[in-house]
Design a protein around this ligand. Structure first.
Ligand code: ATP
Length: 300
């Protein structure tokens, strides 16, 4: 194990009967890091989190947080963790404030001025009854309880579900601040764009297996992108075909549309040496495209 790992798993495995929800998962996440855990529905993200937190026992393997075995030291570890589950159970008849009080009591108190600050930033309504709140507003109550004890380790399962884009952005800022203070954020998400915006590294899980762990900056440069280039003169398909990583070219007089799997810098240098580039539009690769890129690499 890496001495500095805040979250560490070793061959963590969870089977539900015949379903292999998580298989031989090895993770090492460091202090000050925002780690994005990315995968499609049913990939095993929630099972991983719940197994790490000792809410369910692994079939085999183990996990530690801050150097403590999560099963043996389950109670002690909780003091250092802020956790937003994907399906946080709350009493519908309690107000948001009562709910926060309830969670605060479990933790031996909370700094209410900090709760107010979080509520303000998230534009959360703590006066209404949980049962009357929209799912986004319920999510905000869940987020406040995750952040409010200034955790060393913040673990969140799909934290931005139901939040509007403005609040999502605020939440991303909050995560960055938590990590900036040397704490660790584990963020499970099926949204590549969310993970790209906030995470330092990303682990991609599929069918319970960790397909890749990579810096977001690396993943981005590797991801296949759809690119539209406009020029002031007609262009030739043959030229684009000669650039490594360029695929699926279609030329429409002054315009080239292509898929590209490589570093943008390299493509742009080659193109601009040859033609006068007027305009460029790119579409980020979506999650599926990144998966496909990886599977193609693996098969190659
Ligand atoms: P989502 O994004 O949809 O929440 P996920 O990546 O969190 O998906 P998991 O909820 O961990 O995925 O599920 C992984 C696999 O384990 C799925 O095939 C799921 O059907 C199965 N699974 C999860 N919980 C149970 C359970 N309690 N009993 C049986 N199978 C389960």
């Amino acid at each position: 194990m890496n001495d500095h790992s805040v979250i560490h798993t070793e061959k963590l495995t969870k089977h539900y009967g015949k379903v292999k929800a998580v298989v031989d998962l090895n993770l090492d996440i460091q202090a000050g890091e925002i780690f994005g855990f990315l995968g499609p529905n049913g990939a095993g993200k929630t099972t991983t989190i719940r197994t790490i937190l000792d809410e369910i026992r692994p079939t085999s393997g183990q996990a530690s947080i801050l150097g403590m075995d999560t099963h043996e030291k389950a109670v002690e570890i909780r003091r250092y963790i802020g956790y937003l589950p994907g399906d946080l159970a709350m009493y519908p008849n309690l107000t948001g404030k009562d709910t926060i009080t309830y969670f605060a009591n479990l933790r031996g108190g909370v700094d209410w001025s900090f709760v107010d600050l979080l509520a303000n930033r998230l534009d959360a309504d703590l006066t209404g009854k949980i049962g009357d709140l929209s799912s986004g507003n319920r999510q905000k109550v869940g987020l406040i309880q995750a952040f409010m004890n200034k955790p060393k380790v913040l673990i969140m399962d799909e934290p931005s579900s139901g939040l509007d884009p403005l609040i999502q952005r605020e939440l991303q800022g909050m995560m960055r601040e938590v990590a900036g203070e040397g704490n660790t954020v584990f963020l499970s998400s099926h949204s590549l764009s969310e993970v790209q915006r906030v995470a330092d590294r990303v682990g991609i899980i599929r069918h319970g297996k960790l397909v890749v762990v990579e810096k977001v900056s690396e993943l981005r440069s590797k991801a296949m992108r759809r690119i539209e280039l406009d020029f002031d003169t007609p262009v030739e398909a043959a030229f684009f075909k000669s650039i490594p990583g360029v695929l699926d070219i279609s030329i429409n007089n002054h315009q080239a549309i292509l898929s590209y799997d490589g570093k943008m810098e390299i493509l742009l240098r080659a193109v601009m040496d040859q033609y006068d580039l007027l305009d460029i539009h790119t579409q980020e690769a979506d999650l599926e495209e990144i998966f496909l890129t990886y599977y193609r690499d693996k098969e190659a």
